[in-house]
Design a protein around this ligand. Sequence first.
Ligand SMILES: Nc1ncnc2c1ncn2[C@@H]1O[C@H](COP(=O)(O)OP(=O)(O)OP(=O)(O)O)[C@@H](O)[C@H]1O
Length: 365
Amino acid sequence: MPSLTLTAVSKRFDSVQVLDAVSLSIADGAFLALLGPSGCGKTTLLRLIAGLEVPDGGEIRFDEQVVAGRTAFVPPERRRIGMVFQSYALWPTMSVRGNIEFGLKVAGLASAERAARIDEVLEVVGLRGLGDRRPHELSGGQRQRVALARSLATRPKLILLDEPLANLDAHLREAMLAEFRRIHSLTGATFVFVTHDQDEAMAVATHVAVMDRGRLQQIGTPEDLYRRPASPMVARFIGRGRTLPVRVVKADGGRNRVMLGQQLLDLPGQAPVGHGWLSFHASDLKRVPEGGELKTELVGQVFQNGAFLSHCMPTEIDGDVVSLPLSERLKPSTPVELTFTGGWVIGDGQRACDAGVTRRVETAA
Ligand SMILES: Nc1ncnc2c1ncn2[C@@H]1O[C@H](COP(=O)(O)OP(=O)(O)OP(=O)(O)O)[C@@H](O)[C@H]1O
């Protein structure tokens, strides 16, 4: 059963359409990352799910209950959600236990049950023994764990996390990502996580929703987005992907014949006949001595991860620079012929999640 369903959710601030008919559905226990460039509407979407904003149109359902729609609006405190912000938002004068206990008191739990719940969540987030400390006596990572413990304590069905790792250094971020995964699978709650960092999203989420200028471009597993992007924007945004213009001449059962300049290629894809895009990553390219499908000229190299990351400009077609690691240093302007060992064909203007289309996502096994 889907635990969260958005149907054509829209929001305007003044004259700006911040969210435009966003529809998606996630299953119970999913870990969804909302990913996209700054200003694309991720936080606004999270705030709508939380009930901190009211949509102008569309509907939000938790399980079968409409929590925001034309005829219903359930306030945040009655939505059974937990929220974790990048600022932690802990009470500085209260101990860790006090911070966690606050929401339990509001929920009307008796003292013994509150104490048991606090012990339980401190154990889950790995802070047993630190309950009497105050926030200033904790590291950034520990404070974020307290914030998570506080949101878990009321046993919400849905945990909403708004850039929770933004204030941590790179090393701690990685450790906390692993923690979020562990805690997610331990609790079985549905997590919705806002980030603009795709490595973070791909590492932690079972499903990722890519947004661009208020619209949902695609929702899928991290592998779907990487290998089968639904739009040129997703192809370029995920994994430093590249796209080249192609003409699709045949569409047949999940494969496409395309013309890349004068070269005929046969690749996986679901594009209709017409103008399209070949999407690929560095690992889909191979240098060959001659007869390559893409003729280029070297424009620069950088030594990176034990290889020369080589930037090559197509010479026979109109397209952007492509990059791949090569084992040798080459002189600038050296001709470099490439073939495609992989790639994915996208139709022009293809959109996975246009207005009114609901994409269902099942939880990863
Ligand atoms: N309360 C508000 N009043 C007016 N405009 C707002 C309000 N909240 C957000 N916006 C605007 O809505 C757009 C989307 O903002 P939002 O914070 O949802 O984006 P985001 O994708 O989370 O961005 P970031 O990654 O930078 O946090 C922005 O142009 C922002 O300026």
